[in-house]
Ligand binder design. Structure first.
Ligand code: SDX
Length: 424
């Protein structure tokens, strides 16, 4: 922290506020002292608000840069794997080969669920949205590990991280199996993290499932690209829930709930629904016009971002992966991909989108890959939640292992002034 100051004039008052600089990125003005001056800052949607200090992820939206503990997302997607990225996000450094091997083994040994958890699934209708099931089952994990919930104990936080990383694929795959009336598949320790997920999703007890290595690599890349993203809406939800001292499983469940919205993690499902609704390249102009019409709530799903005012670096990697997967499956002429590619080209040339710096985001191509692999659209955000669990947990862990206060924003009150209850 430095001794630099910003001066704010409010009425006849001149208020001096500390200014801090991070490693990189915008400086921040510490406005905590304003409440003593009788004024609040006003920032609905937190467009210009740094809610915390963090060392986990850095985004430079103007230049399309995303770093996890300093490492560019493109390099991690190309050279690492999801479990190594989990270790990096959680611990701050890449593991040594021995640490990496030990971490992979640890995660394998936590992939099973307590067998009584099967009953939670049975309480849902078969046609329940998988996100509703995941939200309920993950929240219920807190009922099974209550004895290891001392958030001040680093060792208990570590084992909770291992349990969440390991169990989310099992829960996610079981959400899918439950929805199609197929038996749950138990995890296999001879498979990689991504292979195991595909096995639990598409395997059946009647025969051995042999994961396609190209699809498993694509899944692992999707997990890496969705792992963390600074103080996005769902991560901020997890931090706020965690600031009350709530147990980590309940906090992660709050993140799942926040991610579900179509403006956030639900966008990948909404992209596929949009492409299906467009149906043919000849209809694209009509939908571009709808997206630009202020009187029409329709937005081009998979485009735009609160922070990226340039290409989302994850979208570029995702577009390459989409091509690899569709070629592997002989779907390179997939009509949805053709519509998506043409939509992207038109949008990037259209003045409305260019002026507002609306580029494809991480959700634009991910759905095309997942659909090609055979995953239903209702499962897309479940996979996003599974991957983002490490990001949510790492931010929660960073907060509770340091100094923090309960999050309690204020407001601009525009309701009725004091008035008396009418005499009877
Ligand atoms: C994720 O925060 C994160 O990091 C999120 C995420 C992560 O990894 O956690 O990156 C994941 O959520 C990606 C975003 C997925 N959502 C979508 O693809 C849904 C479609 N996108 C929009 O809803 C929107 O772009 C947001 C929600 C992503 C961003 O909203 P903002 O920052 O509040 O921007 P805005 O709504 O103020 O839009 C600015 C202008 C407006 O027009 P004007 O009022 O200035 O005339 O751009 C327009 C908007 O109408 N606009 C769009 C648009 N997105 C913004 N117009 C048409 N189509 C769009 N997609």
């Amino acid at each position: 922290m430095t001794d630099r100051k910003a001066t704010l004039s409010v009425g006849d008052k001149s208020i001096e506020l500390p200014v801090y600089s991070g490693t990189v990125g915008p400086d921040v003005i510490d406005v905590r002292g304003l409440v003593q001056e009788g004024v609040f800052t006003y920032d609905p949607g937190f467009v210009s608000t740094a809610a915390c200090e963090s060392a986990i992820t850095y985004i430079d939206g103007a230049n399309g840069v995303l770093l996890h503990r300093g490492y560019p997302i493109e390099q991690l997607a190309d050279q690492s794997d999801y479990l190594e990225v989990c270790y990096l996000l959680l611990n701050g450094e890449l593991p040594s080969p021995e640490e990496n091997q030990r971490f992979h083994e640890t995660i394998k040994n936590h992939t099973m669920l307590h067998d009584q958890m099967r009953n939670f699934f049975n309480g849902f209708r078969r046609d329940a949205h998988p996100m509703a099931i995941m939200c309920g089952v993950v929240g219920a994990l807190s009922a099974f590990y209550h004895d290891q919930m001392d958030v001040t104990d680093d060792e208990q936080r570590q084992i909770t991280a291992h349990r969440l990383i390991a169990k989310m694929p099992t829960i996610a795959a079981w959400c899918y199996k439950y929805s199609i009336g197929q038996p749950f598949m138990y995890p296999r320790n001879d498979l990689s993290y991504a292979e195991n997920f595909l096995h639990m999703m598409f395997g059946v007890p009647c025969e051995e499932y042999k994961p396609n290595p190209v699809l498993a690599k694509a899944m692992d890349k999707i997990f890496i690209l969705h792992a963390d993203h600074e103080q996005n809406a769902s991560t901020s939800t997890v931090r706020l829930a965690g600031s009350t001292g709530a147990n980590p499983y309940a906090c992660i469940a709050s993140g799942i709930a926040a991610l579900w919205g179509p403006a956030h993690g639900g966008a990948n499902e909404a992209v596929l629904d949009m492409l299906a609704e467009i149906g043919d390249e000849s209809n694209i102009d009509e939908f571009i016009a709808k997206a630009k019409d202020k009187n029409d709530p329709f937005r081009l799903m998979g485009f735009g971002h609160r922070v990226y005012k340039n290409f989302d670096p994850r979208a570029k990697v995702m577009a390459e992966t989409a091509h690899e997967v569709l070629t592997e499956l002989g779907l390179e002429n997939d009509p949805l991909l053709k519509i998506a590619q043409r939509l992207e080209k038109i949008a990037l040339e259209d003045e409305y989108f260019v002026k507002r710096q609306l580029y494809p985001n991480v959700d634009f191509y991910s759905g095309i890959i997942l659909k090609a692999i055979g995953i239903p659209t209702s499962m897309f955000t479940v996979i996003f939640a599974m991957s983002r669990t490490i990001g949510w947990f790492s931010h929660w862990n960073e907060m509770v292992s340091g100094d923090y206060r309960i999050g309690r924003p204020r407001q601009l009150y525009t309701g009725s002034p004091k008035r008396d209850y009418p005499a009877k």
